[in-house]
Ligand binder design. Structure first.
Ligand SMILES: *Cc1c(COP(=O)(O)O)cnc(C)c1O
Length: 380
């Protein structure tokens, strides 16, 4: 794994993060083992209260993945068979999988060329009498443009469910991602900016009745032991993950500020290269869960960085409307041109709180050597 070869700059370094909080984590894990509270339990309840406080919502419900969070949020919102849910094709596959798990059909609208999130101007045209919900994705840790999305939803009677799986602590006009729509969904997959030591997820909401429904659904629809008032799921959060997340949430703001500082350092060093840094929407607070630049000849640059010992990733190389598994949705090449262009040009560079300025300078140095650019070309 990353972090072993001193010359390699990993994309993410989870070993460095563990070393920095080892004492707290080990104590919290030992308590779970001593109490033998492995499914839900007090550590999960503590984390849920802390997460709701952090997001500014009345409730947070811990589940076993971000995908499960999306699935249960959709079900709690009443989305089901025959319904349509509007989302973007430029996201991780789970957004669309969850819509189908709920029995609904995903309807895509393209993202905007500057911020890579749902283009609100395209939503109205996608609404039909079957539309029930809109799922904007806060991609790469930057919020979607929520106000116009909320306005359309309000006018058309639709529920907004935020896919905040990459946006823990991100803000849009002072509101925490996840708390802006009716329901917000988080993933705690290890590589996210708040990551468990295994799988995890959560739904946050201001609506206590919806939270109660999700609590029921995550654990077999069981109101009383072995009495099933709803058809539910085994989507409970592990006690161990609750304990880890409760510890790590206390460090999240510090880690986020480190990520934001690294983003500024990257931006300074990338000036004069062909790599376009992420643009920040006015009044948004991105958290850089990943740090993704846009660059022509992405694959050549990626190979050069790899030879220089810099790990990178592509989030994501094929938009969902062109994925083999989703061919039967009936879309084809050219349907979402912005997503298609981005899929060919985005490149995620190393980003984690413990990253050092000298490492960022080294990464930018490789990019400048490979892909210098004149100022005029950069503005086009
Ligand atoms: C990670 C992610 C998910 C799914 O979360 P899991 O915890 O892996 O199930 C959903 N949507 C987006 C945008 C993600 O990045």
């Amino acid at each position: 794994m990353p972090g072993t070869d001193a010359n390699v700059i990993p994309l993410v370094d989870l070993q460095a993060q563990y070393r920095s909080i080892k004492g707290e984590i080990d104590t919290a894990l030992q308590a779970v083992l001593d109490q033998a509270q492995f499914a839900l339990g007090p550590a999960v309840a503590r984390f849920e209260r802390a997460l709701a406080g952090y997001c500014g919502t009345a409730e947070a419900v811990g589940v076993n993945s971000g995908t499960s969070a999306l699935h249960l949020a959709l079900l709690a919102a009443g989305v089901g068979h025959g319904d349509e849910v509007i989302t973007v094709p430029f996201t991780f596959v789970a957004t669309v999988a969850a819509i189908e798990y709920a029995g609904a059909t995903p309807i895509f609208v393209d993202v905007d060329e500057t911020y890579y999130t749902m283009d609100p101007a395209r939503i109205e045209a996608a609404i039909t009498p079957r539309t029930r919900a809109i799922v904007p994705v806060h991609l790469y840790g930057q919020s979607a443009d929520m106000d116009p999305i909320l306005q359309i939803a309000e006018r058309r009677g639709l529920t907004v469910i935020e896919d905040a799986c990459q946006a823990h602590g991100a803000e849009d006009r002072g509101r925490r991602c996840g708390s802006i729509g009716r329901l917000g969904c988080f993933s705690f997959y290890p590589g996210k900016n708040l990551g468990a030591y295994g799988e995890g997820g959560a739904v946050v909401t201001h609506d206590r009745a919806l939270a109660e429904k999700i609590r029921l659904l995550r654990s077999w629809g069981e109101e009383t032991r072995y009495i099933h008032s709803h058809r539910g799921f085994n989507y409970r959060m592990d006690g161990i993950q609750g304990a880890v997340l409760d510890v790590k949430l206390r460090h999240l703001e510090r880690w986020t500020e480190a990520r934001r500082a690294h983003a500024m350092t990257y931006e300074r060093h990338l000036a004069g290269t062909a790599a376009v840094p992420p643009r920040v929407r006015e009044d948004a607070r991105p958290v850089y869960t990943v740090y993704t630049v846009r660059v022509p000849q992405r694959d050549a640059l990626r190979a050069a960085l790899a030879s220089a010992g810099v790990q990178t990733a592509v989030h994501y190389p094929v938009p969902l409307h062109l994925q083999p598994a989703y061919r039967d949705l009936g879309y084809g090449p050219g349907d979402f041109p912005v997503s298609e262009r981005l899929a060919a040009e985005v490149l995620s560079l190393p980003m984690f709180p413990e990253l050092e300025d000298a490492q960022i300078a080294r990464i930018a140095g490789v990019i400048r050597a490979e892909m210098p650019v004149s100022a005029s070309a950069r503005d086009s």
